[in-house]
Design a protein around this ligand. Sequence first.
Ligand SMILES: [Zn+2]
Length: 595
Amino acid sequence: MIRYQITSRNPAGHYFDVCLSIEQPDPAGQVLRLPNWIPGSYMIRDFARNLLDLAASANGSEVLIRQIDKSNWRAEPCAGPLELRYRVYARDLSVRAAHLDLTHGYYNGTSVFLEVAGQGDLPCEVVIEKPAHAACREWRVATSLAAIDIGEDGYGLYRALDYDDLVDHPVEIGSFTRIPFEACGVPHDIVLTGRFRCDEARLAADLARICEHHIRAFGEPAPMDYYQFQVLIVGDGYGGLEHRASTSLIASRDSLPQPGETEVSEDYREFLGLCSHEYFHTWNVKRIKPAAYHPYDLQQEVYTELLWAFEGITSYYDDLGLVRAGLIDGDSYLELLARTMTRVERGFGRSRQSAAESSFNTWTKFYQQDENAANAIVSYYAKGALIAACIDLKLRAVTEGRASLDDVMRELWRRYRDSGNGVGEDEIQVLVSELAGTDLGAELDAWIRGCDDLPLPQLLADLGIEVARRPAVGAKDKGGKPAEGDLPRVDLGAIYKDDVGGLLLQRVAEEGSAQAAGLAAGDIVIAFDGIRLNAGQLDKRLLRAAPGERWRVHAFRRDELFEVELELQAAADSSFVLTLGENPGAACRAWLGIE
Ligand SMILES: [Zn+2]
């Protein structure tokens, strides 16, 4: 048994204090290490940079501890129990690390719990202590860790099966609102932290429908006996991270359903989609995993081409789950799908990087995007979701509705729910062909490992869905809806916003008008044809411009003024609009789960 004790000792200074006790340390000198990344967020984050004041002792005497590298230490040989004390600086307000101040505490085990090398398979006990600070008097604990002996406020003793389990149950400590509900007999809690107004009954009822939908889609019983949605409400934020029996989310105040409202606002729809996404991961990636993640090596990058499936299929089912659970209608769902198609279509990177390559390089490219990202990469989330849609519709078409992606997921669940193994890199493609009853290998390979456009518009049209395309109207246009008013005939080839001193070019499209003229991301444009235009004025000016028109542009790069001539290119039809039509056919209704 490995024993941890964690205290929010100094909330104002953002410090968690941790004590770790090892009964039988390695006689050759115990090695201790902290993960460099957290599962679900594929970037080296070097959590050890926040570890301070590490000291070791055994039987009342100090034990020398030496650092081996950035995240590993070795204590000199000693008789147990070996005790380690350290402190973790926690001021990352995200779902990936740890945060502590006078408003609340939150941590992932990967940020705060040193792993005892060679003893990662041992069960762990954690005592979560109540902070002594007067400001924390009302604070309670929320976590999906198994409680062994806790008080009403949640402080006390918890247990984990092993280190992997220990670091997969984030802990929220604060004065939150807890909203309970049941899904297929499994108790769930929504834990809301922050300042907000919310129709709590509606939120619980809507999440229950989503959860029941996903549980039934994979087949009862649910794989967990308790589940917790931990939501940190902020003014403006969006994000989530999946865990085996919980998820941590960050959402904006506006995304919660307000008392008295009955419509599903765009913000609330996005929030429900996020909850649906993380919940789907309870199966897809937390239990059905790439073989490369068995077990996780949290010291270094782990490579797989399969994130198109683990994030893409999850992204496909997150919104599809909303229409199938009856929370949004078919047109609302098609708007979301059309936006995903638009997002992929607008990046030059889609013709340069495949979904498989995007997955493989997630560590250095997807998670480290710069101003050139849209030109260089494709998102394995968005492209992966479209590949999932293609697989689903193709399977339905070739089997005349007898098989679908639902069957692929159920079969993967059957294979991997208890196996302790992971999905092979080509396994899903082989499985799809088996279910199709015909070899789709070459086609699937082109979708997953190629850069040609996907056949999704045709597959949707075959279902009777009207697929239309139009140019983008301004930088805020996400596609999915018909344009209100005039359509531009030209495209500047840049994303811009108002900035001090002029118009800042945030991103410049490869081979677009702006790049061809010599403009680059970071340039501040001060005049078009001798006239200063703000972002709104430029939007309007572009609506009236014709392809081939030439503009004289004055701009600053760093502190140097320059002038270029820009020739406006014709606008591409980069926005998709999908319409269900009056009488959707049986195949279409079966796909969307609508009447
Ligand atoms: Zn995800």
